[in-house]
Design a protein. Structure first.
Length: 169
């Protein structure tokens, strides 16, 4: 008797269109493939078969992974900026120093880091982003504050600065 005879009753099925749609929605919500498959009510193997059988579904799956990766990078960058310095909303300027306007001719503003610690920022980003010479390692960044503060007094929190109110110019 063959070792595969125990698996002859196992039937391989491709996930339904409804399950594929639910799966993609859960992937975009931040779940991994296994958890998203469970939430969609099917086995992850069925979805991998569907990915092989349907190029459009494969492309959508890939786009969901890219969207999640971009969200992780943006979140990490925002957190890294907040813990390493002061984040201000500043006018976006072009190469000539002029303020950039959007399609409705409104001035564009974006967060900018002031007084940041580039060593901490680069270490945090290194944990998420792969570089050309090495992949992103799976490590935990630990930041400790050994500052001694007397009594129940907490250290001051960083504050956001509005360039229009806080700076002349």
């Amino acid at each position: 008797m063959s070792q595969l005879s125990a698996y002859q009753s196992f039937k391989l099925e491709v996930a339904s269109d409804e399950a594929k749609g639910q799966f993609l929605r859960h992937m975009l919500a931040g779940m991994g493939p296994r958890e998203a498959a469970r939430m969609a009510g099917c086995e992850v193997f069925e979805l991998y078969l569907a990915r092989c059988a349907d190029p459009d579904f494969s492309d959508l799956w890939h786009l969901a992974e890219l969207a999640r990766r971009d969200e992780i990078i943006h979140s990490t960058l925002s957190k890294a900026m907040a813990v390493t310095g002061t984040v201000i909303e500043d006018w976006v300027r072009d190469d000539r120093g002029e303020i950039v306007l959007d399609a409705d001719f409104n001035a564009v503003r974006a967060p900018r880091l002031v007084g940041g610690n580039s060593a901490i920022l680069s270490k945090m980003l290194e944990r998420v982003l792969a570089s050309a010479d090495k992949p992103a390692p799976g490590a935990v960044v630990q930041i400790t504050n050994n500052q001694s503060v007397g009594g129940d007094v907490l250290p001051p929190m960083p504050r956001l600065i509005n360039p229009m109110e806080d700076f002349d110019g």
